[in-house]
Design a protein around this ligand. Structure first.
Ligand SMILES: C[S@@+](CC[C@H](N)C(=O)[O-])C[C@H]1O[C@@H](n2cnc3c(N)ncnc32)[C@H](O)[C@@H]1O
Length: 277
């Protein structure tokens, strides 16, 4: 045990590193792969869902940038995976300012890749926990003008935050600090289509000292209470504006792993974007 924020604990799995393994990355350890394989054995769609999630992030970011959004605050940014959010947004508008935030030391170790901005834009990285929204806002304000609209991006983050840990209140506190015209963009894992598998997965996370709070469509929609959902609302991630292209890539990186009983059916995640009126 250590309080050093840069200490990488390889004795237990971490969500950022497991996700990197799902995506075929190299920044993970045997403990992450072992748990990743256990999850894939429960539901083979874990791998395709991770890719579908990245594709959602790309579509939603491009859509927002196309609507004139020039400031993004991305919490739970993850280990850099190209193209990163700032590359998409600055590809549309080079002067876009992006602040990334994650609490995992491995993301800090790779944050350099997140900081390669266009000359006109800015990217910054904050090492902080989502459960400290005021600290995040204070640090983000050094780069973002919080009097002007910001897109708050919480992509595949909130299913790691339980209701008891204040998930809804935390989103609220962040959105309340942002002006009208700001957006909330998020994706979220669900057990709606395979509740038994979802329960097993949540138990596995708990046994490894982590939280997995999969939510129903209605529970995901609650994060958007008071905001104007952009068409098509809270959708299965593949079905959120598929016309924008960027279908999820085939599973390329991770070794083929035998999937479990729940390999068919909709992708078990929702995505949505809404505007603060
Ligand atoms: C599944 S990854 C998603 C990465 C990226 N947003 C994406 O969708 O491709 C979830 C990320 O959330 C981060 N995370 C989990 N709980 C967090 C918290 N309380 N505060 C900040 N980051 C957190 C993890 O470290 C991980 O990098």
């Amino acid at each position: 045990m250590t309080d050093d924020p840069s200490y990488i604990d390889t004795s237990r799995p971490h969500p950022a590193r497991m996700y990197d393994w799902f995506l075929g990355g190299k920044d993970n350890y045997p403990v992450d792969e072992e748990m990743g394989r256990q999850l894939v054995a429960m539901d083979g769609r874990v791998l395709t869902t991770a890719r579908a999630n990245r594709a959602f992030m790309r579509r939603a970011t491009r859509w927002l940038a196309g609507r004139g959004v020039r400031q993004f605050l991305d919490i739970g940014s993850g280990i850099p995976t190209e193209p990163n959010l700032h590359q998409i947004a600055q590809g549309v508008a080079p002067d876009t300012r992006v602040v990334y935030c994650d609490n995992d030391p491995i993301v800090l170790a790779h944050a350099g890749a997140l900081l390669r901005s266009t000359p006109q834009g800015v990217t910054e990285y904050i090492q902080a926990d989502f459960r400290e929204p005021e600290k995040i806002l204070e640090e983000a304000a050094r780069v973002l003008d919080l009097d002007r609209p910001v897109a708050l991006s919480l992509v595949a983050l909130l299913h790691f935050v339980a209701d008891e840990d204040g998930a809804y209140d935390l989103v609220d506190r962040l959105m309340r600090a942002l002006p009208a015209g700001s957006h909330l963009m998020l994706s979220h894992g669900t057990g709606d289509f395979t509740p038994d598998t979802a329960r097993q997965a949540a138990e596995l996370y708990k046994a490894r000292g982590m939280t997995l709070a999969l939510r129903s469509r209605a529970q995901v929609a609650r994060f958007f209470d008071g905001y104007e959902l952009v068409d098509p609302g809270v959708a299965v991630i593949d079905e959120w504006k598929p016309e924008l292209g960027e279908a999820s890539e085939p599973v390329a990186g991770a070794d083929p792993v035998a999937g479990g009983a729940s390999d068919d059916g909709p992708t078990p995640g929702y995505g949505a974007v809404a505007r603060k009126p």
